[in-house]
Design a protein around this ligand. Structure first.
Ligand code: SF4
Length: 107
């Protein structure tokens, strides 16, 4: 399974976190939703591989701890999504297709 690129139409904006939107459903700690809109990470798919943090040229991602989540106990959070230059590296390197980038998408 990969992140739904139409999540902004199929999900509801349920929260804000570190300056970005959270798209539900959220039922902590097992279900965390999608974080971000321009740079979107499906926290329920993320396995904390870390390739996106290593490869992003403008440091969009930071780790956030998510104890109790079944896939991983930390997630790549797009805290600096406004800095994204749309290089698509993170999309290409994510082993579980948890990331989608679309500069035209709005919350
Ligand atoms: S598309 Fe490029 S600049 Fe944007 S978050 Fe991904 S790796 Fe960073």
């Amino acid at each position: 399974m990969a992140i739904d690129p139409q999540f902004h139409e199929n999900r509801e904006n349920v929260d804000e976190h570190e300056g970005h939107t959270v798209w539900g459903p959220v039922d902590e700690p097992e279900q965390l939703g999608i974080h971000g809109t321009h740079v979107a990470v499906d926290f329920d798919l993320c396995i904390a591989d870390g390739a996106c943090l290593e490869d992003c040229p403008v440091d969009v991602f930071e780790w956030v701890e998510t104890p109790g989540h079944p896939e991983s106990e930390e997630k790549a959070d797009p805290v600096n999504e406004a800095q994204c230059i749309d290089c698509m590296l993170c999309v290409d390197v994510c082993p579980v297709d948890a990331i989608d980038v679309d500069a035209g998408r709005t919350a």
